[in-house]
Design a protein around this ligand. Structure first.
Ligand code: SF4
Length: 477
């Protein structure tokens, strides 16, 4: 049986694509290799959102090249956003690559491999599936207990944030029919999945394909008055009663509608956490980024979410040192962090990305200033995160257990509904993987919490609470 090895870097969307690549290959008779040297097929799945993606790719290809030279017939493929962005140009830089594959062309991979094996020259396939969008279905991995899963609801992006390459590499927005989404979630839950994260570049702009786009109806800076996405959440809650949690990523602040806020108040299934990228707290910078909301709009929407759901926490993304960002602009960002009370954030220094409108703005903020701003931003966010985590000591939280903690700690790990990671001790001999359990927190770590499972009342199901006897819990006295 032939073996594949996939190396992934980048965002959640890319990790999800790698899983689909693996599924397509397994269906074609491949199995996973434990290391690249043993593989018949090597795939690098790339992401170009962050800095130096191409540089990283070239260095990885340099590592893989000797394997290919040592093993006659080995196929080397580059997939993902850098493949889409660079296309044939990549073959000029790395002529030993056999296949360049865009994100929409994953289903074609087995056929392309066969062509290469039959002696075809290197192939580039980077065509968007605009007319007939395909959404590959997530399947549980054989032999792996999976508690959480991602389900794609839309792909592409109609926003035009000036720093972002995604509209170039992933194309315009395409939406998946609700019937398909609900069907996939139902199958995943029947296979043991307890938490699903709906995935899309601007996930909350989702609407039934063919229905008029909310984005098309919107004037800049105004919020849409209806949200088909909120209806989708309600439908999933109604039709998949055994699902424990439903998250979504990444929402765009423009599409936080009153209906979506109301869904957070109504649906127990939605956890008390939203990751809502803001990028900057300065209106001037937001305008230059073409984000189409102001800091006040953002605050109003996050306030509404917090009001709708008690204890709801927020995390976000920031870019510091965007062209033209002054010290005063950066202070607005720090003010926003305090005002919203973010408990976590991803923050990056601006770096010009190819094919983006911001390229013509230059890159005038010095690296030194960017470094200083990034450190101040991290320090503030970490202090808020620390205070938040400390506030949970000696309290009970509900954790969906995802499996054993990394390393041989004897602990399990999972997440609370607010997305805090909890490393927990279960009663001896009891494996709570896949359970919603009550955990008493005893210690905060830097980015997570530690606690112990509250044995006698440890197990909960959505909508009902089951008492678990000490014997059931593994014999703890
Ligand atoms: S919303 Fe903006 S940042 Fe997000 S994918 Fe679209 S263009 Fe990129």
């Amino acid at each position: 049986m032939k073996q594949y090895f996939v190396q992934t870097f980048g965002c959640q969307m890319n990790v999800h694509d790698s899983r689909r690549i693996e599924e397509v290959l397994r269906r074609s008779g491949y199995r996973e290799a434990t290391e690249p040297a043993l593989a018949d097929l090597l795939i690098v799945n790339t992401c170009s959102v962050r800095e130096k993606a191409e540089h990283k790719l070239m260095s990885l290809l340099g590592t893989f090249r000797p394997y290919k030279e040592a093993q006659r017939g080995m196929v080397l493929a580059v997939a993902g956003c850098v493949a889409q962005q660079e296309g044939e140009r990549l073959l000029k830089k790395a002529p030993f690559v056999d296949i360049i594959l865009g994100p929409d062309n994953i289903p074609e991979l087995p056929a392309l491999i066969r062509e290469v094996e039959q002696g075809a020259p290197p192939i580039t396939r980077t065509v968007f599936d605009m007319d007939d969008p395909q959404f590959l279905k997530a399947k549980p991995h054989p032999g792996r207990r999976e508690v959480t899963a991602y389900v794609t609801v839309m792909k592409g992006c109609d926003e035009r944030c000036t720093f972002c390459i995604v509209p170039h590499t992933r194309g315009s927005e395409r939406y998946r029919p609700a019937d398909e989404i609900v069907g996939e979630i139902r199958d995943l839950v029947a296979g043991g999945v307890r938490e699903v994260t709906l995935l899309g570049q601007t996930v909350n702009s989702w609407h039934e394909p063919g229905a008029p786009s909310e984005a098309a109806k919107l004037q800049p800076k105004t919020a849409p008055s209806t949200s088909q996405f909120a209806e989708l959440l309600r439908r999933i809650a109604r039709e998949v009663p055994d699902l424990s949690r439903l998250r979504y990523t990444s929402p765009h602040p423009r599409h936080i509608t009153p209906e979506l806020v109301a869904a957070h108040a109504e649906l127990e299934l939605l956890p008390a956490h939203v990751h809502l990228p803001v990028q900057s707290g300065s209106d001037r910078v937001l305008r230059r980024m073409a984000r189409r909301y102001t800091a006040a709009d953002y605050v109003a929407r996050t306030d509404a979410l917090k009001e709708a759901r008690e204890g709801l926490t927020l995390s976000t993304d920031f870019i510091v040192g965007f062209p033209g960002e002054t010290d005063a602009d950066f202070e607005r960002t720090l003010e926003l962090v305090r005002r919203v009370g973010f408990v976590a954030a991803f923050a990056f220094k601006y770096s010009p990305r190819p094919y983006t409108p911001a390229l013509k703005l230059g890159d005038e903020v010095s690296e030194e200033v960017k470094d200083r701003r990034l450190s101040r931003l991290f320090a503030l966010i970490e202090s808020q995160q620390r205070a938040h985590l400390e506030s949970w000591v000696a309290k009970d939280v509900e954790v969906l257990v995802e499996g054993r903690s990394p390393g041989d700690t004897g602990r399990f790990s999972g997440r609370t509904e607010r997305n805090e990671i909890v490393h927990l001790i279960a009663p001896e001999g009891y494996d709570p993987t896949g359970e919603l359990v009550a955990v008493t927190i005893d210690e905060p770590f830097r980015h997570s919490l530690s606690g112990y499972m509250t044995g006698a009342e440890g197990r909960r199901e959505r909508g009902r609470r089951t008492r678990l006897s000490l014997v059931d819990a593994g014999g703890a006295a």
